[in-house]
Design a binder for this molecule. Sequence first.
Ligand code: ATP
Ligand code: MG
Length: 247
Amino acid sequence: MSKIIAFTNQKGGVGKTTSTANIGAGLARAGYKVLLVDLDPQVNLTHGLGLIGAEFNVYGALLQEYPIKAYPVQENLGLVAGAPALSSFEKVKGDEVDREFLLKDLLEPLQEKCDFILLDCPPALGLITLNAYACADTLYIPLEAQMYATDGLEKVLEMVTRVKRRLNPALTVGGIFFTRFDPRKVLRRETAEIIRDKYPDLVLKHTIRETITLGEAPHLSQDIFRYAPNSAGAADYEHLVQEILTR
Ligand SMILES: Nc1ncnc2c1ncn2[C@@H]1O[C@H](COP(=O)(O)OP(=O)(O)OP(=O)(O)O)[C@@H](O)[C@H]1O
Ligand SMILES: [Mg+2]
């Protein structure tokens, strides 16, 4: 049975997609069978892995137009493509009974085939994200250590409390980790310390530094381990993968 992990934060641009792609690649390199699912209408994960104009995507599968299809990315790593049409999901499925469990039903047959399913959530707490929370075992929350960072975090944590009560009692928050971290900036360091003090059990030990290579890799359809194996980004994501595996 696979473990389903969702990367989520209502705040945009905090590193959800970068983390899904690189943690997925790190787990695959460690020998785990991994499936990535792009749940964001922005389709950044899909495009960043070099899949353009995919014929089959998660939206069509959620609408039962065809069975779910995973495209191979590299050894041990597959991708269920996203689609811009995901933005209509709420409008199309909003009135349906069991609307929060459509993704869970869709992923069920794949659970036997992989060790991890990683969900890249959109920067919103709408029906798509609810579907992710309803089927996930664990959420990880990437966070930029800067002003207002905790606003998005608190909204996610409130939502988790509600989802646990109503939709998925087994849901856990695996942790919060800092992305785009620049230890030379005092304000960032101080903000990170404040968040660490406030959520001592949730903040992971390892952080992802701000590094240009992490932004470059998806432009060449590569993960950081392939694009720049000796970079700070590769080292940081490798440490994070190990920490996630031992939590
Ligand atoms: N550690 C990092 N160092 C430098 N650039 C980064 C880092 N992490 C992410 N980026 C860049 O920051 C931008 C936002 O990252 P990403 O797309 O992963 O965030 P996101 O949370 O998925 O955004 P959205 O909410 O829009 O889906 C991207 O251009 C990405 O390449
Ligand atoms: Mg994203």
